[in-house]
Ligand binder design. Sequence first.
Ligand code: GLU
Length: 208
Amino acid sequence: MCGIIAIISSEPFDVLEGLGRLKRMEYRGYDSYGFFSDGKIYKKVGKIDLDGLNGKTRIFVGHTRWATHGGVNEINAHPHLDCTGNIVIVHNGTIDNYRELREDLKNRGHVFRSETDSEIFAHWFEEGLKDKRSIRDIVLDIFEKFKGTYAVIVYIKDLNKLVAIKNGSPLVVGLGKDKIFIASDVYAFLDETQEVIILDDYEFLEIG
Ligand code: GLU
């Protein structure tokens, strides 16, 4: 188990707000954490530390990890990136057939940096977008080929697009006034909105 969250907002908000919301999901798993905000990735081993962080962002993508594949260290902490750094992903769950999917992507020239099962999502999107496939087709292929459980949030920087995919791990969407939240648990955003969409297995969401 672990917690994932994305916040996309029309107005800049404090990075600390994103981190505070991520911290609310720490009970789901907390050996390490990481997030993407304002164009940068931060990763740390241990509990979420709210000290010393400032700055604003319009997009925040965060993860608290409970390691299943690969040791507990900053390289294996999420978010993970594709080869170019354009695609940012966080994943909750496990992919049972990740070895064969990873080998296939490696044979197509992809370079993996972590030991996690999760990183395949980033390279899978990179490969699909390179082939000019639609997000829908890329995701439907994931539903067909990835065995295991997953709630995944993907942020594609150059398209400013968020994609959320659910199969087996929880994922809920909150519609705020200026913000959309996607998270493992409504607890992450209920103070700001009670307008909630609960995603079902084999459902996905594309924003942007
Ligand atoms: N299987 C992934 C990993 O080991 C995600 C674990 C989780 O759900 O925190 O990084």
